[in-house]
Design a protein around this ligand. Sequence first.
Ligand code: AMP
Ligand code: GLY
Length: 423
Amino acid sequence: MNVAIIGSGGREHAIAYKIKESKQLDNLFIIPGNPGTKLLGKNVSLDVVNHQVIIEFCENNKIDLVVIGPEIPLVDGLADSLREKGINVFGPNKNAAEIEGDKAFSKELMEKYKIPTASFKVFEKNNFNEAIKYLNEISYPTVIKASGLAAGKGVAICETKNDAEEYINQCFNESLFGNSGETLVIEEFLQGEEASIFAITDGDNFVLLPAAQDHKRRFENDKGPNTGGMGAYAPAPLVTEEILNRISQKVIIPTLEAMKSEGRKYNGCLYAGLMIDDGEPSVVEFNCRFGDPETQVVLPIIEGDFLQLLSSVAKGEIDKTSITVTNKHAITVVAASEGYPGNYNKGMEISGIENAENENVMVFHAGTKNEDDVLKTNGGRVLNVTAISCTSLSNAKENAYEAMEKINFTGKVYRTDISNKAL
Ligand code: AMP
Ligand code: GLY
């Protein structure tokens, strides 16, 4: 099979690494990829906004499967454009990707189909006064979310009514997130522990991958600003077999049914961000794709033919036997540039990756670039140091942090407490 992966982050590097294991793979292309994916396939620099260019590339290179990594091209309808030309795609169509791209739609869907989630109300920009009035009726903290895509930055936890008023004002009157913030969801603050679940689905049937836990805040003990994710581990012991079963019954099955009933049949990875309180799951958000950095810990602990899984889904009939879950543990720690998620420097020389990697340690690239054959930093989240262990999570953690010490670049920062919650 000839496969093209769309994207350039740590998630896409991990997907490439897993697909590369398949005996069915002939040629692997990553559009545009990163210096890490270049070691696994051919990076191709194309503009994914231009669907026609991607279609022509697929036709010219006899691509059998396109795997779309990030949400932006999915919400932009790249999957639809490719499917219209008869190209197999792993990833939902635009109207199904709205489960992430339009939080107001997603919340209303959950309400209509009785899928557990925080109680909420939706307000449009022209309902500014109603939104402010509503702030008198609720308790605090409260959560306010930009309805559209905002690169994970559109959520504010407001401790007081004043904070909430200020945030609404910024979104509606100062265009904090542009169009994405012209509709806001105001929702109840949920207590509990978070977990991320990936359901791989053809729309009718699905398999669940092991539960992971992300670490969204920049600093230790979940302090500081939200980031794209500073690390993750899997499996998350918080999600017992019984809870996983409850997640299937109360969240995944009804959501897939709901999407079908709404004429938005879902094909791809449905990511449920959950809050687990007293064993009961509530949906914090749905994403229309694999999570980053969760993918970097989930894929290394499954075995079998991952390409077969994705390709069967793309063809409309999932092969649930194509993969199995191992007893391994995985952790990934993100090496970031000092200053992230605010301003940071780029272009710092990176060394030591080859010393860090071994049979149990992989380093997935994110914000890196090659300049005159020298590897340099090129983003906020630079590398994902991922370790697996057959024995325990604590062993995986030791391996990851030991490997992290071997990697050097000016301004390297990372969280030292990834997975502590589980240990
Ligand atoms: P989201 O982008 O919707 O996942 O929100 C980002 C983060 O904000 C989540 O991972 C949670 O940590 C937090 N969050 C979002 N919604 C809620 C909620 N209703 N209650 C508590 N925390 C929340
Ligand atoms: N790790 C959070 C996300 O992918 O949205």
